[in-house]
Ligand binder design. Structure first.
Ligand SMILES: [Fe+2]
Length: 369
């Protein structure tokens, strides 16, 4: 909804993107904030300090197309409002994104694929690149790695005529608050986790090699430790493998979170053998990861690669175990902000008293590229 004071909310901008409406998104944050995370297709003007100083000429150098509406964005929606006001005075059709990137953190879109009699919906948080999945077969579905309000999944499932039989996480996430427990309660679905998971809430245990059934479709559980000790992949015959943060389309998981150096080496070796197991799958199997390192565009294109393509594309997958351990432990990226608290809340299964938007702001850092 567009307010009289020229603010636009996240759901309106999402709708504009979904209908491919021409719009210029102008990011007015500082350079380092911009590098951390951004809106796909947005342009950047490094004018934060000028806006803060109420400089009416802050945007004079920025080239903008006057035929398109302009949405200005900052961290929380204050400087962007100043920018929108300046642009309005210059005659542009400008709006400020309400709540800024903190609100945009929850903007999402979907992509779908049908494989035989199974439909997979990839639910993507655009800014953080968190990917969750709904796998539907017959009239049943499983939701993997829910990271958005449970209502998002409930609506998608209802639209497809499914009921949620199981919900699960590929691992104890450290970069966002899992909504899987809430979704289990809202849908009456069984909350599955691998028996290795060390959490403080009750769950239905599954083991490596076990199969669960969704409609007519069996899904095999694979214990793939390394990124975390309980990391799990879910295999849909030779069609698809849901790899969590073990294998991405642009890299592999990081083995060090919550680990000291010796532990990181141990995890790195486990990750190596888990990846070897995944690479032995049929080469046409589609890898569907839990994250992507970049913002997800509103293009409806599934983020995936076949096992065979990844084996060719990613040099890291062709290293010996020793080389792999050296490579992964020497390229550990900065730790995600608030990861300790997020991981401990996910272990508890409740985030009561905490605001996920405050804890989750910023890009995902689960991968080694
Ligand atoms: Fe992770």
């Amino acid at each position: 909804m567009i307010a009289e004071d020229f603010k636009i909310d996240v759901s309106t901008l999402t709708r504009w993107f979904n209908i491919s409406m021409p719009v210029t998104v102008l990011d007015v944050r500082g350079k380092s904030d911009r590098e951390e995370w951004s809106i796909p297709g947005s342009i950047h003007a490094d004018v934060y300090d000028k806006l803060k100083a109420d400089d009416e000429h802050a945007l004079d150098e920025v080239k903008l197309d006057e035929r398109k509406p302009i949405v200005t964005v900052c961290a929380a929606g204050k400087m962007s409002l100043k920018a929108a006001e300046i642009l309005r005075r210059k005659g542009f059709d400008a709006f400020s994104l309400e709540g800024g990137m903190k609100a945009w953190n929850y903007a999402w879109n979907t992509a779908e694929i049908v494989l035989h009699d199974v439909k997979i919906i990839q639910v993507r948080r655009s800014s953080k690149g968190c990917l969750s999945y709904i796998i539907g077969s017959g009239d049943e579905a499983i939701v993997i790695d829910a990271s958005l309000d449970p209502q998002v999944y409930l609506d998608l499932v209802r639209t497809n005529g499914w009921s949620i039989k199981y919900v699960t996480d590929t691992h104890i996430h450290a970069d966002y608050i899992s909504r899987t427990g809430e979704l289990a309660r809202a849908s009456m679905a069984k909350h599955l986790l691998i028996d290795k998971a060390e959490v403080n809430y009750p769950f239905t245990h599954v083991q490596d090699g076990e199969r669960i059934q969704i409609g007519n479709t069996p899904i095999e559980i694979l214990h793939t430790p390394g990124h975390t000790m309980e990391s799990t992949s879910f295999r849909l015959a030779d069609d698809a493998i849901f790899t969590g943060d073990t294998l991405f389309v642009d890299g592999v998981g990081r083995p060090d979170l919550k680990a000291d150096y010796d532990e990181a080496i141990k995890r790195s070796k486990l990750l190596y053998s888990s990846l070897s197991r995944l690479l032995n799958l049929n080469t046409n199997t589609l890898v569907l990861p839990a994250h992507i390192a970049t913002a997800v565009p509103f293009d409806g294109k599934l983020i995936t690669e076949s096992v065979g393509n990844l084996a060719k594309k990613l040099d890291v997958l062709r290293l010996s175990e020793d080389e792999f351990v050296k490579y992964t432990t020497s390229r550990i990226p900065p730790t995600p902000p608030n990861y300790r608290i997020i991981a401990s809340l996910n272990k508890q299964g409740s985030y009561e008293g905490h605001n996920p938007a405050d804890l989750e702001a910023g890009a995902n850092r689960c991968a080694i590229a």
